[in-house]
Design a protein around this ligand. Structure first.
Ligand SMILES: [Zn+2]
Ligand SMILES: [Zn+2]
Length: 138
C-alpha cells in the first residue's frame, strides 16, 4: 500500500518526510473519508508539533499527485478518500457518513458523449444519498 506513495512522490519530486509518511499512513487506515481536521486530530496524538496547515496542505498535495481523492464537497469541509480503486459512495444526508460500496453495474456506466467531448473524465463515481442505519432509527 505504501508503494504507490513512494512511487508517486518520487515521480512528482516530492520529498518523503516523516510527517508526510505519517499523514498518508493515517489516511490509509481511515475508512470514514475523514476531513483534514479529523486527520489532524488523529495525527496530533502521534506528532504533537504538527500544524493543521501542514496536514491540510499535505492532503491537497496527495490529491494532486493522485494518491488520494477528494470526495464531493457539498459545502462541507473537503473529505479525503485513500481508496483509489473504483468504488461508489452512499452518503447519509443527516450525519454525513460516507460509506463505500462496490457494484459492477455502476462501474460499467458509460460517460455521455457530450461530457466526453467537453471534459476529460478521470473518475466515475455513483453517489447514493439517504439515511444511514443509525439515523433511520432515530
Ligand atoms: Zn446517518
Ligand atoms: Zn470511498
Amino acid at each position: 500500500m505504501m508503494d504507490i506513495f513512494y512511487k508517486r512522490s518520487k515521480e512528482h519530486g516530492l520529498k518523503i518526510t516523516p510527517q508526510r509518511t505519517a499523514i498518508y499512513q493515517e489516511l490509509l487506515k481511515a475508512k470514514d473519508h475523514p476531513s483534514a481536521d479529523i486527520i489532524y486530530k488523529r495525527i496530533a496524538k502521534k506528532i504533537p508539533n504538527i500544524s493543521f496547515d501542514t496536514v491540510n496542505r499535505t492532503l491537497l498535495t496527495f490529491s494532486k499527485i493522485g494518491i488520494t481523492s477528494i470526495v464531493e464537497g457539498y459545502g462541507q469541509p473537503k473529505r479525503y478518500d485513500p481508496d483509489m480503486n473504483t468504488h461508489h459512495h452512499f452518503r447519509c444526508i443527516q450525519c454525513n457518513s460516507i460509506i463505500d460500496f462496490h457494484n459492477k453495474h455502476y462501474d460499467d456506466i458509460a460517460v455521455p458523449e457530450e461530457i466526453n467531448k467537453q471534459f476529460t473524465v478521470i473518475n466515475k463515481k455513483v453517489v447514493l444519498e439517504g439515511l444511514c442505519n443509525m439515523c433511520r432509527r432515530r
